[in-house]
Design a protein around this ligand. Structure first.
Ligand code: ADP
Ligand code: ZN
Length: 296
């Protein structure tokens, strides 16, 4: 099979062609500006690829909030986003008008979670959490093999955390006084320390604080979601020293309350994204495959 994949992000749209093995033949990136400008470029790309060979289905993983309920009249629309031109725009309808083939859709982070479960470090597991720590913080969750949607879809990046003493005024989330994204996403690190996060490698206090917030949130996620593995991706997690800090603090904060083989083996429990930052686009390939299976 030949699948189209669209990872629709707030800053860029990654379009790719691949197959069910997760192999990506090629991918391009288009800046996310307005639907009027961006969508025709995406459609043009897939039209061009269609001329080279039939595309069986397309998978889309979109920035949110996005309507992921197939039974909803606004299924596939971006909802209440601060990116005003995209508010109430239906990515799904725009694609459907040009491509009358099965199209699967989920959130960007659920896409990455699915990518890791299908092709990456969560293969064979059915309850997994994928957390991205980048421009924002978001989490994709699968339980019992199914990506979690619920009422809307999880927005676990905004979980409330206790501010560390002396760090009470550093949350930059416009909605919350102290939430994980507002305190620990890339832009927050940069505002607090006045320097690009990538340039702060040698400042141990930066990563000590960062891991404190991430560990606190992760303990809460373990207690509520009970995932079999937690995958951490996104630009900030390129700071590899964070992993050992986070693992140690999770064990400390959990304080022996949950005793499972997974919790005894933190190096395998909290792991980096394993697909060279292709987990999102590979998840889209799987979404396409699932959409095709559902319609045939
Ligand atoms: P996005 O979240 O927009 O999809 P990324 O996952 O690449 O994109 O995250 C971008 C954020 O990650 C920026 O805030 C940037 O400062 C931070 N970042 C990127 N590379 C690094 C790095 N090597 N170390 C620490 N932070 C980084
Ligand atoms: Zn928030």
């Amino acid at each position: 099979m030949r699948y189209g994949a669209l990872e629709a992000g707030g800053t860029k749209m990654v379009c790719a062609i691949g197959d069910e093995t997760g192999r990506i033949y090629e991918q391009i990136s288009i800046p996310t500006t307005t639907p009027e400008e961006t969508m025709p470029k995406i459609i043009e790309y897939f039209k061009m690829k269609e001329q080279e060979g039939h595309i069986d289905a397309i998978g889309v993983a979109a920035f949110g909030p996005v309507d992921v309920k197939p039974e909803s009249p606004t299924y596939g629309s971006i909802l209440d986003t601060p990116k005003l031109p995209w508010r109430n725009f239906s990515i799904l309808n725009a694609l459907k008008e040009s491509f009358p083939i099965p199209i699967g859709l989920d959130t960007d982070v659920n896409g990455s979670c699915l990518g890791e479960m299908t092709y990456g470090s969560a293969k064979g597991l059915d309850s997994v959490m994928y957390i991205t720590i980048g421009t924002g913080i978001g989490a994709g969750i699968a339980i019992g093999g199914k990506l979690v949607h619920g009422m809307l879809h999880p927005e676990a990046g905004h979980i409330l955390v206790a501010p560390v003493a002396g760090d009470e005024k550093h949350c930059i989330c416009p909605y919350h006084k102290n939430c994980l994204e507002g305190l620990a996403a890339g832009p927050s690190i940069e505002k607090r320390w006045g320097e690009k996060a990538a340039n702060l490698v040698n400042r141990t206090e930066v990563w000590e604080l960062e891991s404190e917030y991430l560990a606190e949130a992760i303990v809460n996620f373990i207690l509520t979601v009970s995932p079999q593995r937690i995958i951490l991706g996104g630009g900030v997690m390129h700071q590899e020293q964070l992993f050992s800090l986070i693992r140690r603090k999770v064990v400390e904060k959990m304080n022996g309350y949950i005793r499972t083989p997974e919790m005894e083996d933190m190096d395998c429990y909290i792991v980096p994204a394993s697909l060279h930052d292709d987990q999102g686009i590979m998840g889209c390939i799987r979404l396409a495959e699932l959409a095709l299976q559902q319609e045939t």
